[in-house]
Design a protein around this ligand. Sequence first.
Ligand code: ADP
Ligand code: MG
Length: 343
Amino acid sequence: MSAAGPPQGANSIPLGNSEAAELANEAASLGGRHLAVEQPQGANSTSVGSNEAADLTDKSASSGRARPAVPRIIAIANQKGGVGKTTTAVNLAASLSAMKRRVLLIDLDPQGNATTGAGADKRSFTNTVYQVLLGEKKIADVRVVSPTGGFDLVPSNRELAGAEIELVDLPERETRLKDALAEALSQMRAAITEVAPDYDFILLDCPPSLSLLTLNGLCAADSVLIPMQCEYYALEGLSDLVQTIKKVRAHLNPTLEIEGLLRTMYDPRNTLAQNVAAELERHFGDKLYRTIVPRNVRLAEAPSHGIPALQLEPQSKGALAYLALAGEILRRMESAPAAEKAS
Ligand SMILES: Nc1ncnc2c1ncn2[C@@H]1O[C@H](COP(=O)(O)OP(=O)(O)O)[C@@H](O)[C@H]1O
Ligand SMILES: [Mg+2]
């Protein structure tokens, strides 16, 4: 199975309606400085050979480049469940870590899947991200080293479900409640600020909802990475997420950007998936990562071992795809004039 890019050609299905165009415009307006720089490197640029991936790891490890002054804080969000958020969070954390970046993964989902996937026993923690969100503990008090991934982890478990409050149309709410919400929503950002110098990347694995937890992630983040499956309704959920991002920008975090859209669980033999992938490329262009994560059994079984795919089977298509994604994110940051000024 290959992770080659989708065909650009004739068989496209009509996702291309005015709504999609509008969405693309909105996404562009929410986009960051580094979204317009990545160029496709040819038709099959999304596949990455094992040598290429190894080369990528070596180069970035030995570059000796100065570290950025502040970490890049990326929320991995999509209110749809099962689109690959947690898989992306864990495997991107492991890949950036393999590229010698200092990474903190914050599990914001009461399901604690990122915690398990990073090799930690979620039931063993009395202090988790929940205490951090309540302001009772600092990140430095609750973080642990992922025993299998090499990055730091702020764990989560079911206790966090107590923090779930659905947001109902924030701008309509009366002022005092808005203030209280704003304070609650700034908790993660405040906690992150204290450990920021320790990291190059902070990844937030958000739950499958547009809840207070996801909003906390969006308020704390510089940008949002949106994993999505190449299915017909992919754009529908995206529209809700873009609206939420707009609200967060308007009321809580004016500098929030879209980091990028990631196509996940891609099956190149599935014609519909090919066509949707091609449509997404047409509509979102540079906003879309060139890297496509294929459907890969190692990615699916790695969580049951509590081991990122990169450590479980470094040559697997899934592990290589996430290495490629890490490389693409680093390249985008390096080509962005405003980013990594510290070097
Ligand atoms: N690229 C992939 N190939 C195969 N299985 C995948 C892939 N990405 C995710 N999965 C599996 O799909 C399910 C949902 O993925 P997950 O990352 O937990 O999604 P989310 O966090 O968005 O709910 C999990 O069982 C996971 O192991
Ligand atoms: Mg998840």
